[in-house]
Design a protein around this ligand. Structure first.
Ligand SMILES: [Zn+2]
Length: 388
């Protein structure tokens, strides 16, 4: 170990993350090319690589035959050396993924949130889920949980909300995972997590400014800037669902009128169909969308109105944030190609064909759970998190 590294464990940790991420991005790379890429002296690279080989997170995969001369040994991430758990704690469903070090899904499950009566049961479920994933608890580097707000990602706490249920109020979720399972845990807003998952492991890999729009039971948006979630001064950035798109619209739970939430969420559209029919037929959003596609009334008008307001909301967000790309996710939007296509066309018209792509997430309905797992993996690859 160099004198500087001895004095600064932080520097060593920082270089470890840079090396792991560079190997990940290149898929396979030699020690010398690694050193050149991140401008670290070869002896330092050799030393850190040796440590990571011993730890089992890197592996040698044989000589590089492409260069001519004496071939160098190539390194790659040993993907199955460790795993991370991602949990989407949604309003209706909880989705669980177990991913390897490359964020590839090994195992996934989904249950109804109503089947869990308290947060302790969630932690117990995750414990059993890890066993079913075939992973030893010691190989799990962490659990990420993503939920609709309000929440405090710094304290790892769910705040008072009617969305999940009264028994989840003020729950110190991160602390609970640490005390019951003994593994590190992280908490983030669902759309923020989805944005993070895309920026590290999905479609946003080549973009620095990502806007992820999540339309599930509710509506949300997350921003990833240079591979980090942008949270704002009080962790309230990207409160997309409470941006106003209709000054004369319906009253929202926040007390204002015409928020995106009241105009374009699945809850709002289901309520609008009920109101138009004057009777509750127990419709779900999937049925309403199918009826709308078939041109039936009032579904057609309700969905059309919802899509228009959602597109206006996305356009307004783009005007302020100026993203490289907009990624769409959530069960409401992904339930039919029609929904994605309509948003793409409406936003494109509003933007005068600005050239910013609006595309569906590559992770489907697992985008939030995979994003939650990315909260954990960010602590493997992201050296900027150490700098603060
Ligand atoms: Zn509101």
């Amino acid at each position: 170990m160099s004198e500087l590294e001895t004095r600064s464990p932080l520097l060593r940790q920082l270089n470890e993350r840079r090396i792991l991420n560079t190997v990940r991005l290149h898929k396979k790379i030699s020690r010398s090319n690694l050193g050149r890429e991140i401008r670290i002296a070869t002896p330092t690279v050799m030393r850190i690589v040796d440590t990571l080989l011993q730890k089992g997170w890197l592996e040698e995969i044989g000589p590089d035959d492409s260069t001519g001369g004496r071939p160098a040994i190539l390194l790659q991430i040993r993907a199955h050396a460790a795993g991370a758990i991602g949990v989407e704690l949604g309003r209706v469903y909880a989705r669980f993924v177990c991913v390897n070090l490359l964020c590839e899904v090994i195992h996934e499950e989904e249950i109804e949130v109503a089947s869990l009566t308290n947060a302790s049961q969630l932690v117990e479920f995750v414990g059993r889920f890890i066993v079913r994933s075939g992973l030893d608890l010691t190989a799990v580097i962490g659990v990420g949980v993503a939920a609709p707000g309000p929440l405090d990602p710094v304290k790892g706490q769910l705040l008072a909300t009617d969305d999940i249920g009264v028994q989840w109020h003020e729950v110190q979720l991160v602390e609970l995972f640490q005390s019951q399972l003994g593994i590190p845990a992280f908490l983030a807003n669902d759309a923020d997590a989805a944005a993070l998952g895309e920026t590290w492991f999905g479609l946003g890999n080549d973009f620095h400014h990502i806007l992820f729009v999540l339309a599930d039971a509710g509506v949300g948006a997350g921003m990833a800037i240079h591979r980090s979630i942008y949270c704002g001064a009080k962790n309230q950035a990207g409160e997309f669902s409470h941006t106003i798109v209709d000054m004369n619209g319906a009253i929202c739970s926040c007390g204002r009128r015409g928020c995106v939430n009241t105009a374009a969420s699945a809850y709002a559209m289901m309520a609008a169909v009920r109101e138009a029919r004057h009777v509750d037929q127990g419709e779900n959003m999937l049925t309403i969308i199918q009826q709308a596609i078939e041109g039936r009334s009032p579904e057609r008008e309700v969905v059309d109105r919802g899509l228009s307001y959602l597109s206006v909301g996305i356009f307004n967000f783009m005007q302020i944030f100026n993203p490289d790309i907009v990624i769409l996710g959530g069960r409401t939007l992904l339930s039919a190609q029609y929904m994605v296509r309509e948003i793409q066309e409406r936003v494109r018209k509003l933007c005068y064909n600005s050239g910013v792509d609006v595309i569906p997430t590559s992770f489907g309905i697992s985008a939030v759970a995979i994003g939650a797992a990315a909260l954990v993996l960010q602590h493997v690859y992201d050296h900027t998190q150490l700098i603060g």
